[in-house]
Design a protein around this ligand. Structure first.
Ligand code: HEM
Length: 255
C-alpha cells in the first residue's frame, strides 16, 4: 500500500489536472467535445473491464466460482453503461458530425488496443488484427500476450476438465457436448451451469453493444467508408456474429 500524501485533495487523488486537460478538439466546433469524451470514457471503462476480467479468470482457475461471477457481473454492468452511451452519441446528427469528421484523419475505434485485448481475453482470438500494429510496439506486445495467455474461454474449458469432462482437443463439438451435458443435468453441475449463463451474458452484452454501434454509425454516416479504411457499416455488420462462447449458443438447439 502507498502512503497517502499529506493534504491530498480530490483533484490530486484523481489526477484531474491530467484527466481534464486531455480533451483537445481540433476543429473548434461545439460537437467535437462529445465525440472525444465518449471515446475517452469508453477507454476508461475498457480498462476497468480488463481489470475485472483478469480477476475473473484467476478466480475461476482456482475454482472460486462465486467470486468469479461477482467480477463478471461487474463487467456486465459496465457493458450496459457502454451500450446506453450510444444514446448520448445519437444526439450527434450527420450534419454535426460531418462538419468535423475530416479532423479525425485515419484514426478509428478500430485501432483501440484495449477493445481488441478485451476480445482476445474473452476468447475471440483472431490473430489477423495484430497486423495493424508494428512489430515490437507496446500495442503489439500487449496483444501478443493476450493471444498467448489463457482467455476466459480457455479457463472455462479448464474448469470443465477439472470437473471430469474429457474435452480431448477442445474442438467445438467436444466443448458443445460437454456444455450440453451440464445443461441436461443442471442440478448436478450447478456451478458450471451458472458459469455458462454468466458467459452467455457477456457474449450477449457485447453483441448488443455491437448492434447499437452499427445502428448509430448508419444513423450518422449511412454507408460511407470508415475513417479507418473499412467499408464502414458493412464491416461492422460482419462482426455481429462474433461470439467468445459459440458452443454455448449452438448447444441450445440440442436441449
Ligand atoms: C460518429 C460516431 C462513430 C462512427 C461514425 C464510427 C464508425 C466506425 C467504423 C466505420 C468502424 C469500422 C472501422 C473503420 O473503417 O473506421 C468503427 C470501428 C470501431 N468503432 Fe466506431 N464509430 C463511431 C463511434 C464509436 C464510439 C463512440 C466507440 C466507442 C465507444 C467506437 C468504437 C469502435 C470500435 C471498438 C471499433 C472496432 C470494431 C471491430 O473491429 O469489431 N466507435 N467505427
Amino acid at each position: 500500500m502507498t502512503a497517502t500524501p499529506a493534504g491530498m485533495t480530490y483533484a490530486d487523488y484523481l489526477a484531474l489536472d491530467r484527466l481534464l486537460s486531455a480533451q483537445k478538439p481540433l476543429s473548434g466546433l461545439h460537437d467535437e467535445m462529445l465525440f472525444i469524451v465518449i471515446h475517452q470514457t469508453k477507454e476508461l471503462w475498457l480498462k476497468q473491464m480488463l481489470h475485472e476480467l483478469r480477476l475473473a479468470i484467476a478466480l475461476l482457475d482456482e475454482d472460486h466460482y462465486a467470486a468469479s461471477y461477482k467480477a463478471m457481473a461487474r463487467i456486465g454492468r459496465i457493458q450496459s453503461v457502454m451500450t446506453l452511451s450510444w444514446d448520448v452519441l445519437s444526439t450527434l446528427t450527420p450534419v454535426d458530425y460531418t462538419a468535423f469528421r475530416d479532423v479525425l484523419g485515419t484514426s478509428s475505434g478500430f485501432q483501440s488496443v484495449q477493445f481488441r485485448e478485451l476480445e482476445y481475453r474473452l476468447g475471440i482470438k483472431d490473430p489477423r488484427f495484430l497486423e495493424h500494429y508494428s512489430p515490437g510496439s507496446d500495442a503489439r506486445v500487449r496483444l501478443e500476450s493476450a493471444l498467448e495467455e489463457p482467455s476466459l474461454r480457455d479457463s472455462s474449458h479448464a474448469a470443465l476438465e477439472r470437473s471430469g469432462f474429457d474435452l480431448g482437443d477442445r474442438s467445438e463439438a467436444a466443448v458443445g457436448d460437454a456444455w450440453l451435458q451440464v445443461y441436461k443435468d443442471a442440478d448436478r453441475w450447478f456451478d458450471l451451469y451458472q458459469l455458462a449463463e454468466k458467459l452467455v451474458d457477456l457474449d450477449d452484452a457485447l453483441a448488443m453493444w455491437r448492434h447499437k454501434h452499427v445502428l448509430t454509425v448508419e444513423r450518422i454516416i449511412g454507408n460511407k467508408p470508415g475513417t479507418g479504411g473499412s467499408p464502414g457499416a458493412a464491416y461492422l455488420r460482419s462482426t455481429l456474429d462474433k461470439r467468445a462462447f459459440p458452443e454455448l449458443w449452438s448447444m441450445r438447439t440440442g436441449l
